[in-house]
Design a protein around this ligand. Sequence first.
Ligand code: UDP
Ligand code: MG
Length: 312
Amino acid sequence: MNENPKYSFVVPAYNEEANIEALYKRIKQLMKNTDDTWELIFVNDGSTDKTLTVLNELTEKEKRVKYLNLSRNFGHQAALSAGLKFASGEAVISMDCDLQDPPEVIEQMIKKWKEGNHIVYARRRNFRKDNFIKRLGSKIYYRIMGKFTRIDIPKNVGDFRLVDQKVLSEINEMPEHSRYLRGMVAWTGFKHDFVDYQRPDRQKGESNYTFGKLAKLGMDGVFNFSMLPLRIGFLLGLISTISGFGLLLYQVFDVLVNGVYYHLYKWLVVILFIFMGFMFMLLWIIGEYIGKIYDDVRQRPLYVISETKNFE
Ligand code: UDP
Ligand code: MG
């Protein structure tokens, strides 16, 4: 019968005709020394090149290779989510198609998984040829992320990771639409570890992560995992009201003690400050409610159980 494989590899592919065969060969090479079963799932994310043709040829001669073909380009996170839904392995490894995620690292990931970690992240130790903007952006981004979010989202990890089927079923349970998978994985809170590696350059083809796509991914990260942005209203309101009242006190004091005359518009400015403050506060309150609504519609599980005992 069709037993579940031990390992699933999930690879989103957008215009990767030149890399698919090479990736397959390296995975096969890697798995050669084990008796463990495996599957390699490609998700064709609406490629406009010959990716699908290459996949068809490959899947004809190798049954362990499978593919999902998306109807159009849905983006990396969506493609990966699709692949993860179909992955049935005990351990599921997600990786890029362009051989920037060296299959050799997987050996160490598997080792850490066998030691009892449910999530193993591959962590980049270098940024090499990524351009300056990408490097700087990444640095600032992780700094902000660290401050803004309540859960610990590991730094310098991408979507190259191994997760246990147990973690995966939690991820697959999350129906949220804007997906920031690395955050969602971290959110489950299972025992995790890292494997450090040097990230090589892309093998063939172009990077598909344009600045726009990257920015969107980054925003998803902040907004999906933090309520802080909508609390900005509170801060602004507080500053505005306090300075308004401060000014008011000062002017009243000046009038009563020093007998200085204040033109009407100066009183109006003070009142404006105070009421602007109230308005920001109101915006913040509305924001809090919207935050709660967002939390609810996202329908993340309330909690995640790691182990149980003596339940039958
Ligand atoms: N990818 C995808 N859909 C997209 C863009 C990218 O499935 O719309 C895939 C791509 O084929 C690759 C992975 O996502 O396997 C990472 O993309 P890329 O190498 O372009 O990103 P970078 O490594 O430059 O961050
Ligand atoms: Mg790449």
